[in-house]
Design a protein. Structure first.
Lengths: 333, 585
């Protein structure tokens, strides 16, 4: 067990190192000077001047160490990554990148993390029922509709939902993470307010993504129905619900779980459009603005989180697989 | 292996779900406001959320003043361009020396910072000298370089009087640094706090528990998040104590990021915000006014459904791009644009074509009239495809198989970048130019502003940044060779014009005070050269179309009461609007 864990952690470390290296070099290939761009952006907001901008650029280039040879910057960066020191944001100096991520991450996890799990559960269940001969016909009929919804990007569904339920019917708020000006504490009223505001975006994501999970699950359920253990379960006279859940779903969902872990890694990148449509202050928005302003250090921080989430998800998945499938033995492949 | 099997699956899933829910909870402390005492503003920023919400250092390079921090600031003077009137605020008056080498500023008595310290001439002098010192040495604070170029030093005469000495005669000094309007005007810092700060670039001026940012404003910041910044009215505001003004109506000001045009429209029509950023779309504004009779604009329900902005829109030729070397090609290009059609189609007729680079503000109208003859002589605003064709043939171009003008295998035209704000008119301009034989493609991408500034595109569709407001010099200097920046380096002036004759015509204006009749002759001469050079094709005066909601607040600025342009992204004047609005109940 310990050897397996050590191997997995070593692989995780190598992956982070490789991704961090790519992450360092790719944004720098654009040739843009992020400090110069930021100062020009500010001056362009009106009333500004480009007088002395070159001196300011020089000053902050030195402060951020961007005037040093690339290899030195790279070694510094790797050292910082290992210390989990993500440095300062160039665009939002003197705010630290870690603080920006800490403020944004809960929103992304709260909205996209929860909805991904819900879409996985609902889609998986619907897919399993669609392939289950004893399930009502409606589950089989619903599959084409789910496929249609799965083909529509969720931000388009989001816009339709906003128009119908927020703008026309005014049942839901049309954006934001909570009501304007409310007390942002761990109170019941605030929690309910956040949940209320997350319903529309959550629906948009669930509706659009559950079809994909459903189709995958249906395929797996069809393939396991001829397995010996299913025949054995029926021969034992087990109740249909038990056969469905414990013998069917449990075995069919294993590839889905792997896909779920990978999906968590894509949460951050996939969240950009949703967060833009709903004005959510999450990590997708942070990364979008960082890329727009060539804010190397914030880009590096966001991508590092992405890599960590993917890597750690996979390691956790490896470790909890035996919980889901007793046939899998940690350390025995 | 065995340990893992001992973990209960249900407990594991329940624990994970609890952690996920707990992670969604941001924290801070604030109580819910009453809506009819709350003033809610959707401010335009780059992106769907505010950034840098824990930085209230106005001189830090990363700060964005367009978020709610602007309500915790106060200027010496405001300026109402509609009446060409300076409005004293924490300043009382100012007077230039006869040679315009200094200005003496008198401050109001009884002005106090939010921590109880008196606001005096020492704070104004400290702010100036801090920027001068930084501009001469480290040069890493915002505005420091330009201030140090123009200011020698500031001296305290007495508690209420400060004298600012210039490096050269500067009759426009106060309009650049001392008066707040649009985005102009310095922010004054409390000497008793800032003098002890060692590194002013890393100082965030933000610690709500310690009362930072300290301000003289009637509002103080009480809560910040990327989704909103909340300011609360100070009952001990100096203005009410001294009888200068009553306490303002809004007890709380909530500033939220405006986000997309659709979002602003929805928030406005559902009474969730009181004033918003510019949404430009005239048809959308008309629809909003139909759906909610409490919504209004600066011009009410009449055209242009908003107020004139300082940003007349043009297509700029990048003069550094060799395809525009021949003035005949630039002129032919201009003949192919039908500005009236653009306004009719894109803005439902709610707008006016522009005749040059100046916004038609009252103080500038006389200059626009003055150069009208030159505009006519140069066929400015004339749509004439036959004249365009004649010039292109003269310049050696021929129509190719796709009817585009072509010379030496290269087609006339190129990529035209513009901000998303102009994506209503961009495709129209593109189509008109294509009909005229110019292969132009309009782009408005998140990178467009960067590309426009760097000069890495032959054409830019944009308004005039840092335009003139009270006198013509600012706009004229945008085309001065001293502001030329090579392609690849960011510039605020997209035409990248260089013309020594033009420079010579503009230079004498610098020493003349605004309104001096001698300016007229220089403007006329400079604009004759400008029109002949065709550095841009004027399209329209820019109208800020933004809905203002009368459900909770009245006395918005408007045609009948034009006390200030209302746009919240004009950081300097937003606070004044908040002082002027009155609660409905």
């Amino acid at each position: 067990m310990l050897i397996t864990l050590a191997t997995r952690l070593a692989m995780l470390f190598s992956m982070i190192l490789a991704a961090a290296s790519l992450n360092f070099f790719v944004p720098r290939l654009t040739g843009t000077n992020p400090i110069e761009e930021r100062l020009a952006e500010i001056a362009g907001q009106g009333g500004g001047s480009m007088t002395g901008v070159e001196d300011m650029v020089r000053s902050y280039t030195e402060r951020f160490g961007l005037d040093r040879p690339l290899w030195e910057q790279y070694l510094d960066y790797i050292g910082s990554v290992l210390r989990f020191d993500l440095g300062y944001s160039i665009a939002n100096y003197p705010t630290r990148v870690a603080d920006q991520i800490a403020a944004a991450l809960p929103w992304t996890i709260g909205l996209l993390g929860t909805t991904t799990i819900l879409a996985f559960l609902i889609g998986g269940l619907l897919g399993a029922l669609a392939a289950w001969p004893r399930a009502p016909r409606i589950f089989r009929v619903s599959l084409p509709f789910q496929m249609v919804l799965a083909a529509i990007p969720f931000y388009l569904i989001a816009l339709v939902l906003v128009y119908v339920f927020a703008f026309r019917l005014q049942w839901f708020p049309n954006g934001g993470g909570h009501q304007l000006g409310v007390e942002r504490t761990l109170s019941v009223s605030f929690v309910l307010d956040v949940l209320y505001h997350s319903l529309l975006p959550a629906f948009a994501i669930i509706i659009a993504s559950m079809g994909t999970w459903s189709i995958g699950m249906r395929g797996m359920m069809v393939s396991i129905q001829g397995e010996d253990y299913m025949t054995f379960a029926e021969a034992k006279g087990l109740k249909p619900r038990r056969i469905f859940l414990h013998y069917g779903v449990r075995n069919a969902m294993l590839p889905q779980i792997t896909a779920l872990a990978l999906t968590f890694g894509q949460l951050i990148t996939g969240s950009v459009l949703v967060e833009m449509v709903f004005n959510y202050p999450g990590i997708g928005t942070l990364m979008f603005q960082a890329v727009k302003l060539s804010d190397y250090f914030t880009i590096n921080g966001c991508v590092l989180i992405l890599v960590l989430v993917t890597g750690v998800s996979m390691v956790i998945l490896d470790l909890i697989y035996p919980l889901l499938d007793p046939r899998v033995q940690v350390g025995h492949g | 292996m065995s340990t893992l099997h001992q973990i209960d699956r249900r407990k594991f899933l329940a624990g994970t779900a609890t952690l996920a829910l707990a992670a969604t909870m941001p924290s801070t402390g604030w109580s819910a406001p009453e809506r009819n005492r709350t003033y809610i503003v959707a401010s335009s920023v780059d992106g769907p959320v505010f950034t840098n919400v824990s930085n209230a250092n106005y001189y830090s390079p990363g700060v964005d003043l367009r978020n709610g921090f602007m309500y915790a600031t106060e200027p010496l003077f405001y300026y109402n361009l509609y009446k060409d009137e300076v409005i004293p605020w924490i300043g009382e008056s100012f007077e230039y020396a006869p040679d315009f080498k200094s200005v003496t500023i008198k401050l109001k008595k009884g002005v106090e910072w939010s921590d109880g310290h008196p606001f005096t001439a020492r704070d104004v002098a400290y702010t100036y000298n801090m920027l001068v010192d930084n501009g001469k040495n480290a040069r890493n604070m915002r505005d420091a370089a330009i201030v140090s170029t123009k200011v020698a030093s500031a001296t305290v005469v007495d508690d209420q009087t400060v004298r600012v000495d210039f490096t050269q005669p500067d009759p426009r000094h106060m309009f650049q640094f001392g008066i707040s309007y649009f985005a102009f005007g310095l922010q004054w810092v409390p000497e008793h706090i800032w003098k002890d700060v060692a590194d002013k670039t890393t100082f965030t001026n933000f610690d709500l528990a310690k009362g930072l940012p300290v301000s003289t404003s009637a509002w103080k910041v009480v809560s910040t998040a990327p989704s909103e910044i909340i300011c609360e009215r100070r009952e001990d505001w100096w203005g009410a104590k001294t009888g200068f003004r009553p306490l303002p109506g809004p007890e709380r000001i909530i500033t939220v990021p405006s986000g997309s045009r659709d979002r602003v429209a929805q928030l406005s029509v559902s009474n969730m915000i009181d004033i918003s950023a510019d949404i430009q779309d005239a048809q959308l504004i008309q629809e909003l006014l139909r759906q909610n009779d409490k919504l209004t604009t600066f011009s009410g329900a009449e055209n242009p459904l908003g107020n004139l902005d300082w940003w007349p829109v043009s297509v700029f030729f990048n003069s550094a791009d060799e395809r525009w070397n021949d003035v005949r090609v630039r002129k032919a290009f201009a003949y192919a644009i039908n500005a009236k059609q653009i306004i009719d189609v894109a803005f439902a007729g709610a707008g006016e074509p522009s005749r040059g680079p100046f916004p038609a503000f009252p103080p500038l109208v006389k200059y626009i009239d003055l150069i009208e003859d030159s505009a006519k002589k140069n066929d400015v605003g004339v749509y004439d495809l036959a004249a365009s064709e004649k010039l292109m043939l003269e310049a050696g171009y021929e129509r190719d198989g796709d009817k585009f003008w072509s010379k030496d295998g290269k087609r006339a035209g190129g990529d035209m970048h513009g901000l998303a704000l102009l994506n209503q008119i961009g495709p129209l301009v593109q189509q008109q130019l294509r009909r005229g034989g110019f292969e132009v493609t309009f782009y408005s991408t998140p990178d467009s502003s960067k590309i426009m500034r760097s000069g890495n595109c032959p054409l830019v569709l944009s308004g005039h940044g840092n335009s003139s407001i009270f006198d013509p010099l600012a706009t004229l200097e945008a085309f001065h060779s001293k502001n030329f920046i090579p392609v690849g380096k960011p510039s605020l002036y997209f035409a990248r014009m260089q013309n020594p004759e033009y420079d010579a015509a503009v230079d004498p204006i610098v020493a003349l005070k605004p309104g001096d009749p001698a300016i007229d002759e220089h403007v006329k001469k400079a604009m004759d050269i400008w029109y002949a050079a065709v550095p841009e094709v004027p399209i329209s005066q820019h109208i800020h179309r933004l809905p203002m909601n009368q459900t909770y607040w009245t006395n918005w600025p408007g045609t009948s009461n034009p006390y200030m342009p209302p746009a919240p992204n004009h950081v300097a004047t937003s606070t004044y609007i908040a002082h002027m609005v009155k609660p409905v109940s």
